[in-house]
Structures are given as C-alpha cells and as structure tokens.
Design a protein around this ligand. Structure first.
Ligand code: ADP
Ligand code: 5GP
Length: 199
C-alpha cells in the first residue's frame, strides 16, 4: 500500500526567493505537488487566478473560514491568505507530498496540528539583499516593500520551530538543498519499513 504523502511547509520573508527555489526544486519531481492558496491580495501584473493564487474578496474568504474550508489562514501585511483544505487532503491521501508556501503564523498552526509536517525556512544572504530583490522584482510599492522588510525581521525572531534553514544565495544551489531535504525525508526508516516485511 502507498504511504500517505508528507506536508512540506516553506516559509521565509517575501522576496527571499521562495517561489523561485520551490519551482526549480520540484520541476521534474512527480512525487511533489504545490498547494495554491487563496488570498484577498490584488493580483500583481502577470499573476493568473488559479495559478499563483485563487484571488477572492474578503466576503468569500470569511465564508471559507466559517465553513472550515481552510487548513490554516493568517493575515500578512493587511491581506488575508489561506490554504484550501480539500486539495491538500486529497493529494496526501493519494500518496503525494504537498508543498505549502506560507508565512510564519500559518506555518505555526500547521506545526501544532500536524507535527509530522516538514518545516523549511528560506532566507536571503542578507536583509540588504532582500531589499534589492523586492525592489528588483518590481511588483510592490515602496510602502509595501517597507512593510515586508519589517515583517521579515519579525519572522526571523519567530522561526525557531522550523526543521531546516536554506540560505538562498545561489538559487540553483538552494533548489538542490530543498530537493535533497525532500529526498532525505522520503528515505526515513519509518517511511520505508514496510520493505523489511518478510514473506
Ligand atoms: P518570494 O516567493 O520569496 O516572495 P521570489 O521567488 O518572487 O520570492 O523572488 C524575489 C525576487 O528575487 C525575484 O525577482 C527573483 O527573480 C529574485 N531571486 C530569487 N532567488 C534569487 C537569487 N538566488 N539570487 C538573486 N535573485 C533571486
Ligand atoms: P505574497 O503577497 O508576496 O505573494 O505573499 C506574502 C506572504 O504570504 C508570503 O510570506 C507567503 O508565503 C504567504 N502566504 C501565501 N499563501 C499563504 C497561505 O495560504 N497561508 C499563509 N498563512 N500564508 C501564505
């Protein structure tokens, strides 16, 4: 029988390069899928509904919270974000590893509800480099960037419950590290001990 999949939680300051690293790491892996979140944030230029996020209004978001449709949810820099529960459950039951890109408050909710989840924190090599990346991405106003930098400092102080830390200096190297973490977790004795059952 196929084992249930694992939940892999990725967090780190906005602009650290999470999306970049995650998509490089899971490209070509058939055992990992990505959970698309819902958000009340307005789409950035180039973002597509159902791809980066499901974009919803506050009323629909609240309805999802009230109907317990979200596995976790949190507010981040004046917008709400949440993980749709049904997709995650479905994929885990099908034996796939599910990757969540979520901020620290939501990650803590997952860590408390599902202590077996693998928690990975991704940071840039410095806060100056974070600012440069946020500015270089060109998707946020100066005010939004300032708010994200303040939030980054708070997240660093709250991150002690993560299992792994990746410093995203070179994106290819960081992706290799994430790939290695997923593979190592799959190789855990407890995950593979059915192979030792004798006929
Ligand atoms: P996040 O998902 O954490 O908000 P992104 O993946 O959108 O971050 O990356 C933020 C910006 O930094 C993007 O413009 C991206 O191309 C760039 N970036 C990501 N990783 C690196 C890296 N290792 N070196 C330089 N720039 C990077
Ligand atoms: P952004 O607006 O830059 O796309 O995302 C802002 C922050 O929200 C990032 O730290 C991202 O990881 C986080 N985020 C995205 N989706 C979710 C989610 O479903 N739940 C929580 N708690 N945070 C999320």
């Amino acid at each position: 029988m196929k084992n249930r999949g694992r939940l892999i939680v990725i967090s780190g300051p906005s602009g650290a390069g999470k999306s970049t690293v995650v998509f490089k790491a899971i490209e070509g892996r058939t055992d990992v899928c990505f959970s698309t979140s819902v958000t009340t944030r307005k789409p950035r230029e180039g973002e597509v509904d159902g791809r980066e996020y499901f974009f919803v209004d506050l009323e629909r978001f609240q309805e999802m919270v009230d109907h317990d449709e979200l596995l976790e949810h949190a507010e981040y820099v004046a917008n709400s974000y949440g993980t749709p529960r049904a997709y995650v459950e479905q994929q885990l039951n099908a034996g796939l590893n599910v990757l969540l890109d979520i901020e620290v408050q939501g990650a803590r909710q997952i860590h408390e509800k599902m202590p077996e989840a693998i928690m990975v924190f991704i940071i840039p090599p410095s806060l100056d480099e974070l600012k440069r990346r946020l500015e270089g991405r060109g998707t946020d106003t100066a005010r939004a960037i300032e708010a994200r930098l303040i939030r980054a400092r708070q997240e660093y102080q709250e991150a002690s419950f993560y299992n792994y830390l990746i410093v995203n200096d070179d994106a290819d190297h960081a992706a290799k590290e994430l790939d290695a973490i997923i593979t190592a977790e799959d190789c855990r004795f407890s995950n593979r001990k059915t192979w030792l059952e004798l006929p």
